[in-house]
Design a protein around this ligand. Structure first.
Ligand code: VGL
Ligand code: ZN
Length: 202
C-alpha cells in the first residue's frame, strides 16, 4: 500500500490572528512538519477564493458571517472574507515547511461554489483532480491532518472514503471551528463513512 499525507488548509487566515481563525490552529504546525518529513508523499491543500466569493457573508446583502443561505447546491454557511487569492491571509502558515510538498492543490476558486473537500466542490460533483492524481500515483491510502477538522478535513476525509481510499485522520493534528455542534456531527459522519479517527500522540 502506498500512502499520502494530505495537509488541509494550514493557512494564515485559519490561525490565530487570521480572518477565520480556528482556535489553536497554529499549534499543529510543528507536529505536521515532523509528519511531513517522514511521509512517502505529501499533498497540501490551499483554500483559494476570488474576492467577492459567494461563500463570503459580505457578498450577500443583509447577511452576517455564520448565517446560513440556500445555494443551488444546498445549504451553505457564510464566512468572513478569508483566503483571498494573492492576499497574505491565503498564504500557508509561515512555519509550515512547504518544501516537503509534492503537490499543492488549490480549491474554492470558482466564484459561485464553495469547496471544503480536497476532492470535490460543495456540489459533491465537480472534481478538483486530486482523485486522479492519487490514483495515477498508485496511492490507495491517505492520512489527513489540518484545518478545520469539522469542515475541510471532514469533507475531504468523507469523500476520500467514498472514493475507496483507506482514510485515517489524526485528530490531535487537527483543530475545529465547532459551529453549532459541527464538530460532533463531523466526528459521527466520518465514523459512519469508515474514516479511522486516531490520536497520534495519545
Ligand atoms: C474552511 C470554512 C471556509 C476550512 C475553508 O478550511 O475548513 N472552512 N473555508
Ligand atoms: Zn474557504
Amino acid at each position: 500500500m502506498s500512502q499520502a499525507l494530505i495537509v488541509i488548509d494550514v493557512q494564515k487566515d485559519f490561525c490565530p490572528g487570521g480572518a477565520l481563525a480556528v482556535p489553536e490552529g497554529d499549534t499543529i504546525v510543528s507536529p505536521i512538519n515532523a509528519l511531513m518529513a517522514d511521509a512517502e508523499a505529501v499533498i497540501l491543500t490551499q483554500d483559494w477564493h476570488p474576492s467577492g466569493h459567494s461563500s463570503f457573508a459580505s457578498s450577500h446583502a443583509g447577511k452576517s458571517p455564520y448565517d446560513m443561505v440556500d445555494m443551488p447546491y444546498g445549504p451553505q454557511v457564510l464566512w468572513p472574507d478569508h483566503c483571498v487569492q494573492g492576499r497574505k491571509g491565503a498564504r500557508f502558515h509561515a512555519g509550515l515547511q512547504v518544501d516537503h510538498a509534492d503537490l499543492i492543490i488549490r480549491k474554492g476558486y470558482n466564484p459561485q461554489i464553495d469547496s471544503y473537500s480536497a476532492f470535490f466542490e460543495n456540489d459533491h460533483a465537480t472534481p478538483t483532480g486530486l482523485e486522479g492524481y492519487l490514483k495515477s500515483r498508485g496511492i490507495d491510502e491517505v492520512l489527513m491532518v489540518g484545518l478545520a477538522l469539522d469542515f475541510c478535513v471532514n469533507f475531504s476525509a468523507v469523500d476520500a472514503a467514498k472514493l475507496g481510499f483507506k482514510v485515517t485522520v489524526y485528530q490531535d493534528f487537527c483543530r475545529a471551528i465547532d459551529l453549532d455542534g459541527s464538530l460532533d456531527a463531523a466526528l459521527s459522519g466520518m465514523k459512519a463513512a469508515g474514516v479511522m479517527l486516531e490520536t497520534h500522540n495519545g
